[in-house]
Design a protein around this ligand. Structure first.
Ligand SMILES: NC(=O)c1ccc[n+]([C@@H]2O[C@H](COP(=O)([O-])OP(=O)(O)OC[C@H]3O[C@@H](n4cnc5c(N)ncnc54)[C@H](OP(=O)(O)O)[C@@H]3O)[C@@H](O)[C@H]2O)c1
Length: 257
């Protein structure tokens, strides 16, 4: 039987690969055989990701760039082509999180920073890496939405984040409807709460919120990035070839109530 999840010989681009979910996705994709081209603004943390992946026998090429900087992303595409060839998969993971302020206290600058970084940054990376996929008539794009794009989160203030993630859902469907004709599928992953370093610090300083959040998750726990990273192998592999425009919810059941 074919190994639907084998990524040997494929190139996967992961934005925000320096830490958190992006780093876990990069590790999982490399472990499945992909050559991973990882972007973020922090060269030092990217180098750490490279060392960690190399120690496990994987291949990872770091590239420091801001996803909002169009010319830097064009240079990233050129470097990716030079190093690995055209991308088979693009994981638009880089994003800013919650500002944790009620609407009436959010500044316009904070609003713009979150929406611009999360939505416009995803558009820019999709456009320039996607052009290479369109040229080959083959590719898979996975955008990081969130359950926060599907519901209003209880007990935390994250208005601009929720708006940006619903924007990602719309961008995913819109791109999926246009680019399928070019052989490129576009899907979104919508995780619930994941115990990244940043979130774990928040959970530790908000024990009552965390107790209630875990009580609302039927599976009864908040997973680590490594525990959920395998789903990205599925989304970047031929196992998911018939998926297009889908939003895969990965929240332990938080949104089913
Ligand atoms: N953690 C969760 O519970 C959760 C749940 C649902 C969805 N998500 C989504 O999953 C994605 C990753 O979240 P995370 O929790 O892993 O966040 P994180 O730990 O804060 O990591 C964010 C990553 O994005 C990069 N990044 C942010 N803005 C960037 C920019 N303008 N240019 C280049 N890189 C940029 C950061 O790199 P540098 O700072 O080094 O540049 C970092 O690598 C986000 O899209 C988030 O919305 C997370």
């Amino acid at each position: 039987m074919a190994n639907f999840f084998d990524l040997t010989g494929r190139t996967a681009v992961v934005t925000g690969a320096s830490k958190g979910l992006g780093r876990a996705f990069a590790k999982a994709l490399a472990a499945a055989g992909a050559s991973v081209f990882g972007l973020s603004r922090d060269q030092g943390e990217l180098d750490g990701a490279k060392d960690e992946i190399a120690a496990a026998g994987g291949v990872f090429e770091p590239f420091a760039a801001d996803i909002l900087d169009e010319s830097a992303i064009q240079k990233a595409v050129a470097r990716c082509l030079d190093r690995f060839g055209p991308p088979d998969a693009l994981v638009n993971n880089a994003g800013l999180g919650r500002v944790n302020k009620p609407f009436e206290e959010i500044t316009t600058a904070e609003w713009r920073r979150t929406v611009d970084n999360n939505v416009t940054g995803t558009f820019i990376c999709s456009k320039y890496f996607g052009l290479e996929m369109i040229r080959r008539k083959r590719g898979k794009i996975v955008n990081l939405a969130s359950m926060s794009g599907l519901i209003a989160n209880k007990g935390v203030h994250c208005g601009p984040y929720e708006v940006s993630k619903l924007g990602i859902v719309a961008l995913t469907r819109s791109l999926a409807s246009e680019w399928c004709a070019h052989g490129v599928t576009v899907n979104a992953l919508a995780p619930g709460y994941i115990a990244t370093k940043r979130n774990s610090e928040f959970f530790a300083s908000h024990p009552e919120f965390t107790r209630q959040a875990i009580a609302a998750i039927p599976v009864g726990k908040i997973p680590t990035p490594d525990e959920i990273a395998g789903v990205m192998v599925f989304l970047c592999s031929s196992a998911s070839d018939y998926m297009n425009g889908a939003v895969l919810v990965l929240d332990g059941g938080y949104t089913i109530w």
